[in-house]
Structure formats: structure tokens, C-alpha cells
Design a protein around this ligand. Structure first.
Ligand SMILES: Cc1cc2nc3c(=O)[nH]c(=O)nc-3n(C[C@H](O)[C@H](O)[C@H](O)COP(=O)(O)O)c2cc1C
Length: 386
């Protein structure tokens, strides 16, 4: 089980579009946590090259993330109207909008590359791969993780054979990994972990707003076997975060959910473009992503942080510039301290007068690592190897 091999129960989040690098995954992995590569947005061959480069630089296990293809625009007229509005902005930057095409991101070819290059973990976002694809990867010794944002998605992923679920709260930076983009109220990470732990024995990894070791301890206490951490690594020297993006992190700037950049809900620091266009942006991923691409490239080239996406989680104010390995070590130490403080606080309360070793949780069923009593009916027969 990959998660059991970690010295520190931290999984570095895959962060497509720049922040994820081979160097970041090496640094996190060598520090005893799990490094990750972001295969989304990369060509299949670029993804293969990154996996090989990482295999060449570390013996530690690591993961690779891939996007499951999305259905695309639900309202072509709304997409057209939005693109008309954006064409003026593009003109201002001296570029034309990109072709708002649909693509499956080379889905089948990427699955093949994962099977051939064999990272320890393959994780999936925006949907659940078909059971046959999951089985094929598992047969090659690869643990398959699926990111979920609700109990309904957790049920689907568990039934499809996922080895672990990355439980992503609404606090998370970047795209919401929902199987279907919707306007429903996102659930916070602690509520989500407890709701999903009540339904499944599949190991859980909690993602979203984990900005220090105390938050890591909270996620573990809520039943996750590890926390997935993104924004807290974005100021690391090993990350590929753009300098103008770095300048906005670790500040009190608010974040918000928006479809303005990609046509899918994602959380970023609110800048001028996001403030102006979020209300009109349609549900149309990946068409809007492709259309705004030249605009974002031009804004990055000019270092104009008002006109490209500044993905960040709600705890971005806690982000600090330091080597990734230091963040891993610091979070581990802080988490131990927070857990000890919590235990001490619980210990000095008013003990239940009837408590005795005989009336402990064992009487009603053993306590599962998820923090709830395990009963015969809730045990999964084929406990997966993750
Ligand atoms: C800049 C950035 C890029 C991201 N890109 C991806 C991605 O390519 N694939 C993915 O599954 N999640 C992606 N995410 C979401 C993360 O996997 C994770 O859910 C999130 O970072 C956790 O919240 P936090 O940023 O508050 O730690 C991204 C997040 C950020 C901040």
C-alpha cells in the first residue's frame, strides 16, 4: 500500500499549468511524502518524458494525474455570447482567442502510457475511468485513485474498483474535480470526509485548504490516511509557479470559484478578469479553456496578474516561500503537536462515568482507521492495495 510506505502522510497535489514540476515531485518524495506529476494539459509524449525523468531522479514512489474527458459545452449559444465579450479583451492584448474546440486530451493514449511507464499511483480527475481501465492499470501494479467531491461520486468510484479516493473539498485551489460541473453548493472537506467515511471502507485522502500541520492533523482525525496539499507548495523554489502568481500568494487576497477561465468551476485568487467575467461565464469545458489560452499566455508574458488565472485554495494566506522538503517536515511536526494538544484537551475533560475497558468501541465493533466503528456489513471483502 503506497500510503503505508510514506514517512509523512502528505500527498503533493498534481498542479497542471505550470506549478507541478519534476523537481517538486522529487523534493516532496525524497522528504518522505508522495510527489505527483500533472499529466493534464500535457501532450502524451511530454507526460511520458516527465514520468521517465522522475523515475530517473528518484527511487521513491510517485503519482501521475490525468483528466477524464468532459462532455463539453451544454449551451452553445451561451458559449458564443461569452466568446464575443472576450474578443475585446483579447484585442487589448494583441491576440486572437483560441479555437474553442473539444478534446479528450488523448485519453486512450495517456492510459497506455501510464500502463507502460508504471508510476506507483495513477489518479483521475473530472470523472471515474471505466472499471476495465481501472482493472488494467491495477493488473500492472499501479494503484488507481479517483478524485471525488461528493458521496455520490465516492460510491461510483468505489464500485468501479478505485484503490483510494482523493476527497476534494470546496476549499481546494484549482478546478473542482466533480464528475459533472454543476452549480450545487460544494461541501467543505471535514463534512465531506465524514459523509464519505460513513459509506465506504476505501482509503481516503483529504484535499482542500490544508495550509499547515494543524490542518493536516484535522484531516487525519477526520478519517483520511493522508492529506493532499497543493497551494502550500506553490511558493517552493522547486515549483514552476509564475512570479506574478507567487506575488499574490501568502496574502489576504480572497479566492473565489469561477468558470471565467476554463468553463469549469475552479478556485482562484480574485483578480480583475475573474471579477469581471465570472457572472457570464458558461459551463463549457474545455472550450473556454482553449479559447482563453492565448490571452492567459499573453498576460503571463507581460507579468500581468490581473489577466491570467491565479489558482489557489482558501488557505492561500498561509503559503510561505520555502523548500518543499521543509514544508513536509514542518507540517509533520506541527501535526504531531496539534494531535498531542487535541489528545490532552480530550483527556482533561469529564470522563464518561460508565466508561470501562469492556464498554469500549470493541464491544460494538472494532474502530476502523476512518474513525468509525467497523461492522461486518461495512467491511470490504477485497481490501484494495493502495
Ligand atoms: C495551481 C493548481 C493547479 C491544479 N491542477 C490540478 C490538476 O492538474 N489535476 C488535479 O487533479 N488537481 C489539480 N489541482 C487541485 C489539486 O489537486 C488539489 O485538489 C488542491 O490543490 C488542494 O487544495 P489546496 O490547493 O488548498 O491545497 C490544482 C490546484 C492548484 C492550486
Amino acid at each position: 500500500m503506497v500510503l503505508d510506505e510514506l514517512d509523512v502522510p502528505i500527498v503533493q497535489a498534481p498542479m497542471g499549468g505550470g506549478p507541478s514540476t519534476v523537481a517538486l515531485a522529487v523534493a516532496v518524495g525524497e522528504a518522505g511524502a508522495l510527489g505527483f506529476l500533472a499529466g493534464g494539459y500535457l501532450t502524451t509524449e511530454a507526460m511520458r518524458a516527465e514520468i521517465r525523468a522522475l523515475h530517473g531522479r528518484t527511487e521513491r514512489p510517485f503519482g501521475v494525474n490525468v483528466f477524464v474527458p468532459d462532455a463539453g459545452a451544454s449551451d452553445p449559444a451561451a458559449l458564443e455570447a461569452y466568446l464575443r465579450r472576450l474578443s475585446g479583451v483579447a484585442e487589448h492584448y494583441g491576440v486572437a482567442l483560441g479555437e474553442p474546440h473539444h478534446s479528450d486530451e488523448d485519453w486512450s493514449a495517456k492510459l497506455e502510457v501510464l500502463g507502460e511507464e508504471r508510476p506507483a499511483v495513477a489518479s483521475f480527475t473530472f470523472g471515474c475511468p471505466p472499471p476495465e481501465a481501472i482493472a488494467a492499470l491495477r493488473a500492472r501494479g499501479i494503484s488507481v485513485w479517483v478524485t471525488v467531491t461528493g458521496p455520490d461520486e465516492a460510491r461510483i468510484a468505489a464500485a468501479a474498483g478505485a484503490d483510494a479516493l482523493v476527497v476534494q473539498g470546496v476549499e481546494a485551489g484549482g478546478h473542482q474535480a466533480s464528475f459533472e460541473d454543476s452549480d450545487r453548493d460544494g461541501l467543505g472537506l471535514l463534512a465531506l470526509l465524514r459523509l464519505i467515511a460513513a459509506e465506504t471502507d476505501v482509503p481516503l485522502i483529504g484535499a482542500g485548504g490544508v495550509g499547515d500541520g494543524a490542518a493536516l492533523a484535522a484531516v487525519l482525525a477526520a478519517g483520511a490516511l493522508a492529506a493532499q496539499v497543493g497551494t502550500a507548495f506553490m511558493l517552493a523554489p522547486e515549483a514552476g509557479t509564475h512570479p506574478a502568481h507567487r506575488a499574490r500568494l501568502g496574502t489576504n487576497a480572497p479566492t473565489g470559484l469561477t468558470r471565467a477561465w476554463s468553463g469549469r468551476q475552479a478556485r482562484g485568487i480574485v483578480n480583475a478578469f475573474q471579477a469581471e467575467h465570472s457572472a457570464d461565464a458558461p459551463r463549457a469545458y474545455p472550450q473556454v479553456h482553449h479559447a482563453t489560452s492565448p490571452l492567459r499566455v499573453a498576460a503571463r508574458e507581460r507579468g500581468n496578474a490581473e489577466a491570467f488565472n491565479l489558482w489557489a485554495g482558501q488557505a492561500q494566506g498561509l503559503a510561505v516561500a520555502r523548500p518543499a522538503a521543509e514544508t513536509v517536515r514542518l507540517f509533520a511536526a506541527e501535526a504531531r503537536q496539534a494531535a498531542e494538544a487535541a489528545t490532552a484537551r480530550l483527556g482533561v475533560g469529564h470522563p464518561c462515568p460508565n466508561a470501562s475497558p469492556q464498554s469500549s468501541a470493541r464491544g460494538q465493533g472494532e474502530l476502523h482507521p476512518s474513525g468509525r466503528a467497523r461492522t461486518a456489513s461495512s467491511s470490504r471483502a477485497d481490501q484494495p492495495d493502495s
